[in-house]
Design a protein around this ligand. Structure first.
Ligand code: 4GY
Length: 259
């Protein structure tokens, strides 16, 4: 997976790429990310990349010309090799980012060119001329597109074969399924008086599989019933859900939180 990021704040992006899984993916050559400072594509001596909005109002707007120059310069070497780039613009106006969308980015052979906006927004003529694919990571407003760009890269990169340790953890994980995760435990068997569910110590693989499936269904039913709605259930899932419903709600989930 190849990625180019255009930003006014490269120092926001670089350290995340130099940590943990993304760092390892890059070291293995599975992920290649280059960060470009938009200021390097300005033409005036003060390297100004923003200006006041026409029509008045608060805040600043990112100028179109430096963005055009950056995109053209970064695209050029790819196009000389007969490659198209996929231009992405993280913004709250974009198409909602999902696990399926992440798979789609990871599977694309084209390099991703991610344009990070800042301030009040970018000059509309960038959208008109470059027709970037706008992606939203959620219904909230960030100070800029950098964190969203990192979310896209992170979610897509971990789907590349070889980036994660065990490929089976990808196959069974939540949202690919899409079910929420079952609870996890590691040693010791007791911590602060809290024990591990017996079944997980039993060595009965089928019983463990069923227990985990039931927990995943329970959490999903309680916290995200929308994920189960309109979904074909296997007979096994139907039976496990019936058990769960008979046992009653154990966790109030999001209802007890922010709402
Ligand atoms: N939400 N999803 C988001 C965002 C900040 C003004 C354009 C989001 O993806 N990006 O909030 N981005 C804005 C700030 C310029 C980007």
């Amino acid at each position: 997976m190849r990625c180019d990021v255009i930003t006014l704040f490269p120092e926001m992006v670089a350290p995340v790429l130099e940590s943990s899984m993304l760092k390892r993916a890059r070291e293995k050559g599975l992920l290649e990310v280059r960060v470009h400072n938009l200021r390097d594509y300005t033409l005036d001596k003060h390297k100004v990349a923003d200006d006041v909005p026409y029509g008045g109002g608060a805040g600043m707007v990112m100028k179109a010309e430096p963005i055009f120059r950056a995109v053209e310069n970064i695209r050029q070497p790819y196009e000389r090799h007969g490659e198209q780039v996929r231009l992405l613009l993280p913004s709250p106006q974009g198409r909602p980012f999902t696990q399926e969308y992440a798979h789609q980015l990871a599977a694309d052979s084209r390099p991703l060119l991610i344009l990070c906006g800042h301030y009040e927004g970018i000059d509309e003529r960038v959208r008109v001329a470059l027709k970037p694919e706008e992606i939203s990571i959620g219904d909230y407003v960030l100070t800029g597109g950098e964190l969203a760009a990192l979310v896209l890269i992170d979610a897509a990169a971990r789907l590349i074969s070889g980036v994660l340790g065990a490929p089976e953890s990808l196959a069974e994980e939540s949202f690919s399924e899409p079910l929420l995760e079952y609870p996890h435990y590691t040693r010791p068997a007791e911590v602060r008086g809290l024990s591990v569910p017996e079944v997980l110590l039993s060595g009965h693989h089928e019983a463990i599989r069923l227990w985990r499936r039931k927990q995943a269904l329970r959490t999903t039913q309680e916290r995200r019933p929308d994920l189960l709605k309109d979904r074909e259930l296997t007979l096994e899932d139907r039976r496990l859900l019936d058990e769960i419903i008979r046992e009653g709600v154990r966790y109030a989930g999001v209802c007890g939180g922010g709402g």
